[in-house]
Ligand binder design. Structure first.
Ligand code: NAG
Ligand code: NAG
Ligand code: NAG
Ligand code: NAG
Ligand code: NAG
Ligand code: NAG
Length: 451
């Protein structure tokens, strides 16, 4: 699953993978994730290092929009009580499209946990339905995924808050929600929808415009590269130009086969989708590194795995061939990933990707595939956020068009999830939440239009 490059945009690394699949990091989505890796990538239980951290199951409702459905399931949450002074201020970190690792409730260095200490807050971190260890139903068939929606997720949060108030006997509780990237959007929408349950919301890097063609993501990556080092962004531009030129001839495609050790190789059967998938894999590296630069979740992203290191490789004059610099970056980036795959090989087939994530069977999907499928479902069925490179002129060329993702949606979820339905559902969601122009700012129990 190392080539999972479809789309993830997790911005704040809420879950390790909030990626909007391109930019998605792999190897992180294992069941009982918090038992598997700590900040330094060591396989151990996070609770050994942070004994004050509690892991619990919350009995959550299966379907909040069916009053007659009384079924429940176990939703995982973390609780950190050590900063609590008078049980009146409560912070809730919202889980996103991947497993919650517990880091966001445990690491004292994290900014909002420093605030928790300052204000004496209780801290909770709730995993998102259908991710990590939180399974409303034991499969990801499309009939089950109808329960994977942003509205169900917001209702999960509301019911959780109400239930914790009772369980912990919080009097006049003042809850504040936190989230980054997609969970940041949830944090913003939750405040709009349930102003009476919280006193505030922190929504970091949170897109609130639900659009299919989210080309702005690549624009931000490009700007970040320019700010880091202008000669770096021009190297990237020339490199992607050259790669695009190479994809146009069979001789060029042969050089790409060799430089990147593509498996399978480009050959007579190669289609446009394979080429787009290849560009998706490349863009993924730039996205992933940019998105997580200096983020506090992992030792690597805190230090080495950053835009600065990326630019050192992309401006490395010892390597005159810019295309090979991109390959050097790919190799270097993947060294940080815990996946056991052969790093020398770059997976290169659109249909291999689809066969990994097209099934609803959790055993077939594996943890990475499950997270990718869940995220794609949210994107295809509702939120869009599909991260393209082909709008206007940008340094990543035009290799990752919206069509790639639309095809992927249909190939993963069936013919009924076609472009017409994808557009319709996306517009409906945008109307439901209001987008950035109609976002309602809520202060205490008053809500009004934002600017
Ligand atoms: C939560 O429930 C799951 C089953 O849904 C179980 O495997 C897990 O051990 C439980 N975790 C805790 C902390 O009780
Ligand atoms: C709880 O603690 C906060 C911060 O120290 C303080 O402002 C507030 O007055 C306290 N509330 C109660 C009910 O003691
Ligand atoms: C790619 O091909 C175009 C058209 O032949 C050419 O103008 C451009 O210089 C080429 N770019 C690179 C980086 O080789
Ligand atoms: C192309 O596809 C055909 C039909 O699936 C297959 O028989 C052939 O071996 C493939 N060629 C290459 C070079 O992969
Ligand atoms: C964390 O990264 C820094 C910078 O590369 C390195 O010096 C340090 O040894 C790393 N810490 C651990 C425990 O891996
Ligand atoms: C620079 O390029 C050379 C030749 O490809 C390579 O051996 C070396 O590791 C590269 N250094 C960096 C920082 O990428």
């Amino acid at each position: 699953m190392r080539s999972f490059c479809l789309l993830i945009l997790s911005i704040f690394v809420q879950t390790s993978f909030s990626l909007f699949l391109l930019g998605k990091r792999h190897g992180e989505t294992s069941l009982n994730y918090h038992l598997k890796r700590d900040f330094y990538g060591t396989k151990r239980n996070i609770i050994d290092d942070y004994p004050y951290l509690q892991v619990h199951n919350f009995t959550q409702k299966l379907d909040h929009f069916d009053a007659y459905n009384t079924e429940t399931w176990n939703q995982k949450y973390f609780y950190n009580p050590i900063y609590s002074r008078n049980n009146s201020i409560i912070f809730l970190m919202i889980g996103g499209e991947g497993p919650e690792s517990g880091h966001w409730a445990a690491f004292p260095e994290v900014q909002y946990l420093q605030w928790a200490k300052e204000f004496g807050a209780d801290v909770f971190d709730l995993e998102h339905r259908f991710f990590g260890d939180s399974w409303p139903l034991p499969n990801m068939d499309t009939s089950s995924l109808r329960l994977l929606t942003t509205q169900q997720a917001l209702e999960d949060l509301a019911y959780f808050i109400i239930s914790m108030n009772k369980k912990h006997n919080f009097k006049n509780p003042r809850w504040v929600t936190f989230g980054g990237s997609y969970p940041g959007s949830l944090s913003a929408w939750f405040r709009q929808k349930y102003p009476e349950l919280t006193v505030g919301s922190v929504a970091s890097s949170a897109p609130v415009n639900l659009k299919l063609d989210f080309y702005e993501y690549a624009v931000v990556v490009e700007n970040d590269l320019k700010i880091t080092d202008p000669s770096c962004s021009s190297s990237v531009k020339t490199a992607f130009d050259s790669i695009q030129n190479l994809t146009l001839t069979s001789q060029g495609r042969n050089s790409l086969n060799e430089i990147f050790n593509l498996q399978p190789k480009f050959n007579k059967n190669t289609t446009k989708l394979d080429i787009n998938n290849f560009f998706g894999n490349l863009f993924n590296v730039f996205q992933g590194m940019t998105q997580y630069t200096y983020d506090g979740q992992r030792n690597e992203t805190h230090f080495d795995l950053s835009l600065r290191s990326m630019c050192n490789i992309m401006t490395n004059s010892t390597e005159p061939d810019l295309v090979k610099r991109v390959h050097n970056l790919f190799l270097w980036y993947n060294k940080f990933e815990p996946a056991s795959d052969d790093l020398s090989v770059m997976p290169n087939s659109y249909w291999d990707v689809i066969s990994q994530v097209g099934s609803g069977d959790l055993k077939v999907l594996g943890p990475d595939g499950a997270a990718a499928r869940g995220w794609m479902w949210l994107c295809c069925n509702e939120i869009g956020f599909l991260q393209t490179t082909n709008q206007g002129s940008n340094i990543f060329g035009s290799g990752v068009p919206l069509n790639l993702f639309i095809d992927m949606c249909t190939d993963m979820f069936g013919d009924t999830v076609d472009v017409v339905k994808i557009r319709k559902n996306n517009r409906r969601s945008q109307n439901f939440y209001g987008g950035s122009r109609h976002y309602n700012v809520c202060i205490y129990d008053w809500c009004g239009p934002g600017s």
